[in-house]
Every structure is written in structure tokens, then in C-alpha cells.
Ligand binder design. Structure first.
Ligand SMILES: [Zn+2]
Length: 125
């Protein structure tokens, strides 16, 4: 059995155990279905919500994403656009966060599941 790449599985939002089943049933651009996840892996049957309220912890990962966006946008505005007014910073950060929100939600859950789910890759699945 060929070993599947962990990074590829992470980028494609695949199950951390079999690296084949999709975690999210809909693509990221379906904004109204952004929060919907498969209850279990369609390939190996792993239950994604490890315990009740498991994905509340993904908030900390999304917080880190938003802080990274805030710092990046602030640096670009400060050095690239000559330190504009405060409202430009506020609306730029809000705009970038809103644009990337579906990806922030997805990848914070995927990273949290991979990091704190206690799931080992099984190449035989
Ligand atoms: Zn799986």
C-alpha cells in the first residue's frame, strides 16, 4: 500500500487517519455550507468530533490565523502605503479576514483535528 502525504491530506482537508475521506462535504466557496462537516470519515468511518464540543478548541487556531492576517495587513499598509489613517487599517483587516473566513474556519478545524485529535495515520486503511 502506498503511503499518502500528510501535507497533501492537510491541504486537501482529508481525514487524518486514512488521508482519503473528505472532512467537509462541500467546497470552501459554498459560504452558506461553510460550517458543515461530515460526522465521520466517508472512507474509514473515523468520527471527526472526538468529544462533545471538540471543535471549540479550533477557535484558538483561527485566532492565530487572524492575528497573522492582522500583522501582515498592518505591515503592508504601513510600509507599502505610507501609514494611512486608522480607519484604513481597520477596514482592510476586516475585509481580508472576511475574504479568507471560509479558509480560516476550515484550516483551523483541520489543524486542530490533526494536532489535538490523537489520531494516528493508518496506511492500511
Ligand atoms: Zn478516514
Amino acid at each position: 500500500m502506498q503511503r499518502r502525504s500528510a501535507l497533501k491530506a492537510l491541504i486537501n482537508c482529508k481525514c487524518p487517519r486514512c488521508r482519503q475521506g473528505k472532512i467537509f462535504p462541500y467546497p470552501a466557496y459554498r459560504i452558506n455550507k461553510m460550517l458543515e462537516m461530515n460526522k465521520s470519515c466517508p472512507h474509514c468511518g473515523l468520527v471527526f468530533e472526538r468529544e462533545p464540543g471538540f471543535f471549540i478548541g479550533a477557535m484558538y487556531v483561527s485566532y492565530a490565523f487572524i492575528v497573522a492576517i492582522f500583522i501582515t495587513v498592518a505591515l503592508v499598509l504601513n510600509y507599502g502605503f505610507g501609514d494611512p489613517d486608522l480607519w484604513v487599517y481597520i477596514f482592510s483587516v476586516l475585509g481580508v479576514v472576511l475574504i479568507f473566513l471560509p479558509l480560516i474556519v476550515r484550516y483551523s478545524r483541520v489543524l486542530y483535528l490533526n494536532g489535538f485529535g490523537g489520531i494516528k495515520y493508518d496506511k492500511n486503511l
